[in-house]
Design a protein around this ligand. Structure first.
Ligand code: GLU
Length: 260
């Protein structure tokens, strides 16, 4: 009898452990967002007009409006959202650690990033451009040979620049306002970043100019942790983005934030 009882107990323990394990293994992000009834999004606070803070300290910008559209689609309320500040350097870490459910932060799709992250369809395409002080003689990328150039750490240009211009001296900053202030203060000859980001800083500032040539294509997308856990969320975001692109909502948002 005792033997029989312990066999039953052992069987039940194995069964329960098995169930627990199954629940642990599959943790789908869309389902957990719906359970929490809250979407946690990594956004920029240093990159106008995509993600920045208004005078009252509210998160505003194109990427913020896009994140609200996603919250509306998933939870039926654009306010069921928590914004977590990320920058170019830490956004992948904040996503991978689970601190945020997704990232909407001027992030370009690249083959290297696709190895460790999943991306939505693109919602905007920027291009790298050169920003210089108004009186600068620099006109092209090759003029930057032996010169000092400002970039933001972790951005696509950090990788491409050293291989495209010989002897270029790269000066990195963690945030866009710091980088822009350094250019204005004369700490380098130029700053390189996405045209739409540079425009956000150069807008209404006659002390700097953006040179006309573009040196890359930067397709911005919503970013997810790689793998099965993000599949349903990614699919839902893509449906929303396609709809927003087709119905002209994205175009209207670009007009609102003066993005070309
Ligand atoms: N789009 C570029 C990137 O993903 C630069 C913008 C940014 O720093 O967020 O690296």
């Amino acid at each position: 009898m005792i033997k029989k009882l312990s066999c039953i107990l052992l069987f039940l323990t194995i069964l329960l452990c098995g169930c627990e394990k199954k629940q642990e293994v599959f943790n789908d992000t869309l389902t957990s967002v719906r359970q929490k009834d809250l979407l946690t999004v990594g956004v920029k606070v240093d990159t106008p007009p995509f993600g920045f803070l208004d005078k009252k300290g509210n998160n505003v910008g194109f990427d913020i409006d896009l994140a609200k559209l996603i919250a509306q689609k998933i939870l039926g309320d654009e306010n069921k959202i928590v914004f977590v500040p990320v920058n170019t350097t830490n956004r992948i870490m904040k996503l991978s650690s689970g601190e945020v459910d997704l990232v909407v932060a001027t992030m370009s799709i690249t083959p290297q990033r696709k190895m460790i992250l999943d991306f939505s369809i693109p919602y905007h395409t920027a291009g790298q451009a050169i920003l210089v002080r108004k009186d600068s003689k620099i006109t092209t990328l090759s003029d930057l040979r032996d010169k000092k150039v400002i970039i933001v750490y972790g951005s696509t240009v950090e990788k491409s620049l050293s291989s495209s211009v010989p002897n270029i001296q790269i000066i990195g900053y963690k945030t866009y306002p710091e980088a822009f202030a350094a250019l204005k203060a004369g700490k380098a000859d130029a700053m390189i970043s996405d045209d739409t980001i540079l425009m956000g800083f150069a807008y209404n500032d006659s002390s700097v100019k953006i040179l006309p040539k573009r040196y890359s294509k930067e397709p911005y997308a919503v970013v997810f942790r790689k793998g099965e856990e993000s599949e349903k969320l990614l699919e839902t975001v893509n449906i929303e983005l396609k709809e927003a692109l087709n119905k002209g909502v994205i175009r209207q948002l670009k007009e609102k934030w003066k993005i070309n």
